[in-house]
Structure formats: structure tokens, C-alpha cells
Design a protein around this ligand. Structure first.
Ligand SMILES: [Zn+2]
Length: 115
């Protein structure tokens, strides 16, 4: 059996699943035609992106989840146009809906002084 070719679970046509998933997303056992005829299975999948900032002595990273690829792209664009150390990063970033998934931020007390 050639594993690059799979039968579609709806119409049983054989198709190259890797090519289909790369181009349209969705399931590997549903052909492109059936995929486009049905509700998008990726519609509710969050878009996850990572953003790096400068905080303390390390590059901090935040991982954000967006409601859509458009939101993620809008945030990425605003982020890049506000780059730079000590930038307040407010230009347009708060207009985009996102949820913080995780972050790895430098410890502000990196010298271990008691506060
Ligand atoms: Zn099909």
C-alpha cells in the first residue's frame, strides 16, 4: 500500500493526503473536494504564536493564542513595527484579541537581592 495515497472517508476517491493537508489543512482522510464542501474542521483551532521581548537580562518569550490567523498576523505586524528595547509596545497591540498561553520572562531580581 502506498501510504502517500489514501481513500477519502466520504467519497472514497484516492488522494495525496500530504499535499491536501499542506494546501487546505483539515484531516488526512478527507479529500480536498469534500474538505471544501464541509464545515472547516480548523475553524475553532486557536492560532498560537510566540513573541520575544527584552526584559531584564534575558530575552523573554510570550506564547499567545489568537482567535484567527488574521488576528495573529495583525498582532505580529504591530509587534514588529513597535520593536526595540524599552518600547512600550502599545501601538495597536491592544486592539487584537488574544489569550496569553505561557511566558518565560526574566526574573527582575536576577541579582538575588532581598526586596
Ligand atoms: Zn472526498
Amino acid at each position: 500500500m502506498n501510504k502517500k495515497i489514501r481513500p477519502c472517508k466520504y467519497c472514497e476517491d484516492e488522494f495525496e493526503w500530504e499535499q491536501k493537508v499542506r494546501r487546505y489543512g483539515g484531516y488526512a482522510n478527507v479529500c480536498a473536494d469534500c474538505h471544501l464542501d464541509r464545515p472547516d474542521p480548523d475553524a475553532n483551532t486557536p492560532v498560537i504564536r510566540g513573541f520575544v521581548t527584552g526584559s531584564g537580562k534575558m530575552a523573554a518569550m510570550q506564547i499567545l493564542a489568537f482567535g484567527s490567523k488574521d488576528d495573529a498576523d495583525a498582532y505580529g505586524k504591530a509587534w514588529n513595527s513597535n520593536s526595540g528595547w524599552n518600547n512600550r509596545r502599545s501601538g495597536g497591540l491592544n486592539d487584537v484579541n488574544f489569550v496569553k498561553v505561557g511566558e518565560n520572562i526574566g526574573n527582575a531580581n536576577h541579582k538575588g537581592k532581598s526586596s
